[in-house]
Design a protein around this ligand. Structure first.
Ligand code: A3P
Length: 334
């Protein structure tokens, strides 16, 4: 079961002036922003250059008003279906490696989604994160430029993935979440919307560039990773993660094989076969429930070849080349 309630913005609390302002702004934005067909709901709204549905738009307004970031916060950012689940597990187990033994680990009984709160589904009143000890971990799918300015003092770990694999993974995932009141979204329709950028949190390319450019400006603040490099050289990435989060792997840990333990614990094979990830739903805030098994499908590089035609491949590769030209981002043709 997946649920995604419709969001009317009518549940305002009369005594909170700030929140009432948000409700009014949300309502006004829904009436005035450019619209596109949605993947999960009927419409997406173009807000400051990025496409959001009603719920994510409201959550963005809430985060801007109520979220108080700390310079010690570490935020996992990604476009949907780019490796968020995997990174959640890796970041959590790397940071907390003294707290759990690998033979009896938190992740054996809890889904990776439970390890890091997702800012994009925050509702009113917003969760109190002030009691969480530093470094607090958060995740988001919002593009860098959609986040409040106060978050520029946080550290970010961004993971990106080949857009062709993202498109296929997202289409299959969203088809399950799509409102039953709407006709199914065909791959051709999803492809067209994706190419036009009209996809939740998209356009894909501008999303990646928003973090890529920020990572070039502040490499100490933004660690830019690729799903494909993680697949090919997980041990290199785990060491990078540990360094970046301020908890480098010691010589002693290297000798004990800690890096390998983290990789095995968080591997697709291990996580997807755990009972806890096969049944039930993950709850995101109070508004969204998604079947746990939906976060594990194939976990491979290049599965797009089983879905996209040569013509589709050429079109996406052409857009990618054009959008990333001169940025230094290369190698998305695989
Ligand atoms: P596929 O649909 O291509 O299989 P996200 O976590 O950002 O929602 O991304 C989901 C994608 O990552 C899915 O891709 C999923 O199978 C894959 N995935 C989930 N856990 C993984 C892991 N531990 N290792 C590698 N890939 C993983």
């Amino acid at each position: 079961m997946s649920t995604f309630p419709s969001f009317t913005g009518s549940e305002c609390e009369e005594d909170d002036v700030e929140y009432n302002k948000i409700c009014d702004k949300h309502k006004h934005l829904l009436e005035t922003l450019p619209k596109s067909g949605g993947w999960m709901e009927q419409h997406l709204y173009n807000y400051n250059g990025f496409w959001l549905n009603q719920m994510f738009l409201k959550a963005n307004l809430l985060v801007h008003t109520y979220f108080k970031s700390e310079p010690t916060d570490i935020v996992l950012a990604s476009f949907m279906k780019s490796g968020n689940t995997w990174l959640k597990a890796l970041m959590f187990s790397t940071l907390n490696r003294d707290r759990y033994s690998f033979s009896n680990h938190y992740l054996h009984n809890n889904s990776p989604q439970s390890t890091i709160p997702f800012l994009d589904v925050e509702t009113y009143p917003m969760t109190d994160f002030t009691t969480v000890s530093a470094p607090r971990l958060f995740s988001t799918h919002f593009a860098r430029t959609l986040l409040p300015a106060c978050m520029s003092s946080c550290k970010f770990i961004y993971v990106c993935r080949n857009p062709k694999d993202v498109l296929v993974s997202k289409w299959l995932f969203m088809s399950k979440l799509r409102s039953k009141d709407l006709p199914p979204l065909s791959l051709d329709e999803a492809f067209e919307l994706f190419c036009l950028g009209a996809t939740e949190f998209g356009p894909f390319w501008e999303h990646v560039l928003s973090y890529w450019r920020a990572s070039l400006e502040s490499p100490d603040k933004i660690l830019f990773l690729r799903y494909e490099e993680l697949k090919k050289q997980p041990e290199v990435v785990v060491r990078k993660l540990a360094d970046f989060m301020g908890k480098p792997i010691s010589m002693e840990e290297e000798k004990k094989g800690v890096v390998g333990e983290i990789i095995n614990l968080c591997s697709f094979e291990n996580l997807s076969n755990l009972e806890v990830n096969k049944k039930g739903v993950d709850k995101f805030g109070r508004l969204l429930e998604v079947e746990k098994k939906g976060f594990f499908r194939k976990g491979e590089i290049g599965d797009w070849k089983n879905y996209l035609s040569e013509e589709m491949k050429d079109r996406i590769d052409g857009i990618t080349e054009q959008k990333f030209q001169g940025s230094g981002l290369i190698g998305f043709g695989e």
